[in-house]
Design a protein around this ligand. Structure first.
Ligand code: ADP
Ligand code: MG
Length: 715
């Protein structure tokens, strides 16, 4: 029965509904709680809180240990501190018509601290009252030293009423996200009251076995301790339990989704003889596969043999050799009499793949078809006929592959290269050309492990965490713009030796058009004033695809020495003779993006360089440049990027359909995330519909989420 029927709410009845034990529910609206009323409910609504359950999950933003305060005598400038003292003076100044400064002097055992508020004239009255009564207030903020005075500007503060309000003193005190008109003290009392009367309504949704195995605090105790911890240790344990629960639910949803997408479907069982495959690869591939490549190939062999459709992501830094993994997978399909299709985001990449695959596969008598958008008329028709007729077993292409009219005789495997350039829908469109073909997606975007567990949480993942031997590392330098002339001189020396150079333009975020204009200007400058004796080319996003391809092809053929480009060169292109990349205004790019760009050099036998030109103003900006010069590990860079900028910056996190995290932190809590993943996936393997009695609570909780209601049937 829905809560609204259980607890009829008569609008306008004017009397608070008496709450009795039996009728209580977490869905009870806050308005009818003692001391809330319509006005309070409106304020709580501003925080997104409308029911008792919402309020119980309104977690503190931080906690203050008020069992012992920092003494004013001990605080250091720069430190964030909670202090307290008696209000002894209040003054307001108006240095000019636009500015009011209210200052309060606190006395903490003979040491003075000044609190300063700007443009909050109403503070004066409030504080005068406190001064008259010689009340003690608690203040939190960053400590500053100004002359002899110790100050906190715009502090968070509240009255400390030792006997009146035991919730705000002598304990670890929760500090909540609050809103104007709803102060900490009131919120705190309200949550405390709700805990008293409603905690017994909170159900345990984690199965007992999991609680025990992972040593997790019970649901009710965790809620009590997260709001009003008895000690630091209890707080830590409570938070761990709640974070675990949040991640666990997310992972169960992902596991259910994967189950739906793969486990319930009939796949194409392929027979794979791994030893034979290895020896054919040995015949055709001119180098030893890395251990990581071997492992990924073994993962794929297991998937395609299982009778279920494969859904695997190969995650490998630029240059880690993903193409060979794709090749092995394609061989598996072809040897079983199926067709394999590889889709790449650009025409030039598709061509590059076709060249590589032809060279390797033709000795085995396997022809490689190329299907791109620039084909027209007869050529296009013939390609299509060979695909539907089944004569072509391997095809490489662009979006042209997913167009109408392209059909396959027996499509068994779909490989999507540089997956982040395609949407989920395009990925599916190609898979729909076959009957449940195996799907392999590959990406060079180093994604932090946390995000693979969420963003791609319903795919199986193989990581290529090993670069082929003998790679020359790209040496990265960071130079201020005042040193640009020296940078160009160094590039000139390498040009003189016959190398090629990329120059990446500053990022113009406002529009593609402005970006193109600035690239054009930079190109003219480079061609006329910097390297007039060399052939300079230009590449930007406003050019037509065939124009772009033509420029790339000329650069590849060394008909261009210096390529001035926007980030369109970011993806996959392989020009081994290009050994220098200069990135202008590098601090405006994301770290992951810089890393992608840098991956364009260092692909040949020559020593390679990446020069970041940047004058970052902030410490964070400087830190980012330092990281780039220090590490070549794409995954570390991605983790740093995530830490510095937050997950919102990564494409796709928002569209993943997952509920927003309330308490867990993707970066800080990664270990807990990993812990929940295995637990969740094995739970769903054992009980895919969550129908066992011990999973009832979990099932109910998930059905109340948007994604859960879609995935988990009622009844
Ligand atoms: P990715 O697509 O992962 O960026 P590629 O598949 O384009 O990388 O491979 C990059 C380069 O490394 C190619 O020139 C490829 O021939 C070479 N390569 C791949 N695997 C190996 C290996 N095991 N040993 C040596 N070179 C390799
Ligand atoms: Mg590649």
């Amino acid at each position: 029965m829905p809560a609204s029927q259980r607890n009829p709410v008569r609008a306008g009845s004017g009397t608070a509904r008496a709450v009795t034990e039996a009728s209580q529910s977490l869905d009870d609206p806050l308005q009818y709680l003692k001391g809330v009323g319509p006005q309070g409910a409106q304020l709580l609504g501003k925080l997104g809180l409308s029911t008792v359950g919402d309020l119980l999950r309104h977690f503190p933003r931080r906690w203050e240990d008020r069992t012992c305060f920092r003494r004013v005598a001990d605080v250091q400038p720069g430190e964030w501190a909670t202090v307290h003292g008696v209000v002894i003076a209040v003054t307001t100044r108006r240095p000019n018509t636009r500015l009011t400064v209210t200052e309060v002097l606190l006395d903490d055992a003979g040491n003075a601290l000044k609190l300063v508020w700007f443009n909050q004239p109403y503070m004066e009255k409030v504080l005068h009252g406190l001064q008259a009564a010689r009340r003690t207030i608690v203040a939190y903020g960053q400590v500053k030293r100004s002359g002899w005075a110790t100050e906190i500007h715009n502090p968070e503060w509240e009255e400390l009423s030792e006997d009146g309000d035991p919730l705000s003193a002598n304990r670890i005190v929760p500090i909540y996200p609050a809103t104007e008109g709803l102060r900490q003290g009131r919120l705190r009392r309200l949550i405390h009251a709700v805990l008293q009367s409603y905690l017994s309504c909170v159900e345990e949704t984690l199965p007992a076995g999991i609680l025990q195995k992972h040593r997790l605090m019970g649901a009710q105790e965790a809620l009590r301790q997260i709001h009003f911890p008895d000690s630091e240790a209890e707080l830590v344990a409570a938070r761990r339990r709640l974070v675990f629960e949040e991640f666990f639910r997310m992972q169960v949803l992902l596991a259910v989704r994967r189950h739906r997408n793969t486990r319930l479907m009939q796949g194409i069982p392929l027979r794979v003889d791994l030893d034979r495959l290895r020896s054919s690869l040995k015949q055709i591939v001119p180098f030893e596969l890395t251990g990581a490549q071997q492992r990924a190939i073994a993962d794929i062999a297991r998937d395609v043999a299982s009778g279920l459709p494969m859904n695997r992501l190969v995650l490998g830094d630029v240059g880690s050799g993903k193409t060979m993994v794709a090749l092995a997978a394609m061989l598996m399909a072809v040897e079983n009499g199926y067709q394999a299709a590889l889709m790449a985001p650009t025409e030039i990449l598709a061509q590059q793949h076709a060249i590589v695959l032809r060279r390797l596969l033709e000795p085995l008598g396997i022809a490689v078809e190329l299907a791109t958008g620039s084909q027209t008329g007869r050529a296009r028709r013939e390609v299509r006929e060979r695909l539907i007729g089944g004569q072509s077993r391997v095809v490489v292409g662009t979006h042209a592959l997913i167009q109408e009219g392209v059909e396959f005789a027996r499509l068994g495997l779909v490989v999507i290269d540089e997956q982040h350039r395609f949407g989920v829908l395009q990925r599916q469109a190609l898979a729909l050309k076959g009957h449940r073909p195996h799907v392999l997606v590959m990406t060079a975007t180093p994604i932090p492990r946390t995000l693979t567990l969420t963003l791609y949480g319903d795919l199986d993942v193989s990581v290529l965490d090993e670069l082929p031997p003998g790679r020359k590392p790209v040496v990265t330098h960071w130079k201020p713009s005042s040193k640009r002339a020296q940078v160009y001189a160094a590039a000139q020396r390498l040009l003189d030796e016959g190398r090629q150079v990329y120059i990446v333009c500053p990022l113009v975020e406002e529009s593609e058009k402005l970006q193109a204009q600035s690239a054009t200007r930079l190109c003219e400058h480079i061609a006329n004033a910097v390297f007039p004796q060399y052939r300079v080319g230009l590449l930007h996003g406003q050019m037509r695809p065939d124009e772009k391809d033509a420029v790339m092809a000329r650069f590849k053929a060394h008909e261009i020495d210096v390529l001035v480009s926007t980030t369109v060169i970011e993806v996959g292109i392989d020009v081994p003779n290009a050994s220098v990349m200069v990135i202008e205004d590098a601090d405006r790019f994301g770290l992951a993006q810089l890393h992608q760009l840098r991956g364009r050099v260092g692909r040949g036998e020559h020593a390679s360089y990446c020069i970041l030109i940047a004058d970052p103003k902030t410490e964070e900006g400087q830190a980012r440049m330092e990281i780039m010069t220090q590490t070549r590990d794409g995954f570390r860079i991605a983790e740093e990027d995530l830490r510095l900028r937050g997950p919102g910056e990564f494409y796709g996190t928002r569209q993943s359909g997952m509920p927003e995290l309330q308490i867990a932190d993707m970066v800080r809590d990664i270990d807990i995330l990993a812990e929940t993943r295995e637990t969740a996936f094995s739970l769903v393997d054992a009980d895919p519909e969550l129908t066992r009695p011990e999973h009832r609570g979990l099932r109910g909780a998930l059905q109340r989420t948007e994604l859960g209601s879609e995935l988990i049937g009622v009844g």
